[in-house]
Design a protein around this ligand. Structure first.
Ligand SMILES: Cc1cc2nc3c(=O)[nH]c(=O)nc-3n(C[C@H](O)[C@H](O)[C@H](O)COP(=O)(O)O)c2cc1C
Length: 162
């Protein structure tokens, strides 16, 4: 687990290979098992692998915002969930690590959370049961095309009182 945490990186280049459904199911389960405030389990996931829907999302956004990953897992919640951002981030982190443990690349995709009120997205969000929800983020998942460089930790970010 510690090795997985230390070696996880965001992936921004994917091959065209699809992600096996059993791997996606594993990632989803790891996301749903994330901690949640008072165990409310208010976070929900929308797993998109439908090529047409992925293409529509890209077209509506007007640019390649999820790096042509073959799968996108949208982390969302009802708008009255006061823990949504925290719980959703926990789910995102667990799924990031689960994907890595399965040998897959993944990346947090932020853009969808800013278009939930955009009427242009409404019909598609309605179809995806995302209409009226808050989107915390989305995880792009696929087979990595590149090996990421090692990451450096900025200095002075942890201090101790012994
Ligand atoms: C809240 C949040 C939003 C992010 N949004 C994006 C995004 O929209 N697109 C992207 O390529 N990466 C996004 N990232 C990934 C970060 O850029 C990445 O985690 C950071 O550069 C550190 O790199 P690493 O994940 O490889 O350690 C996001 C990460 C977080 C935590």
């Amino acid at each position: 687990m510690i090795e997985m945490i230390k070696s996880r990186r965001s992936c921004r280049s994917y091959t065209e290979e699809k992600v096996k459904e059993e791997d996606l199911k594993e990632i989803v389960e790891c996301g749903l098992l994330a901690p949640s405030g008072m165990n409310t389990q208010g976070i929900q996931l929308c797993v998109i692998t439908d090529e047409e829907v992925l293409a529509q999302l890209e077209k509506l956004m007007g640019r390649d915002f999820f790096y042509h990953a073959p799968a996108l897992i949208v982390v969302y919640s009802d708008p009255d969930n006061k823990y949504a951002a925290y719980d959703g981030s926990c789910a995102m982190a667990q799924m990031y690590l689960a994907a890595h443990a399965l040998g897959l690349g993944s990346c947090w995709i932020n853009q969808l959370k800013d278009v939930t009120d955009d009427p242009k997205f409404e019909p598609l969000f309605d179809k995806l049961s995302l209409k009226g929800k808050i989107i915390v983020g989305a995880l792009a998942v696929g087979h990595a095309n590149k090996t990421p460089k090692e990451r450096q930790i900025k200095e002075g970010r942890a201090h101790w009182f012994k």
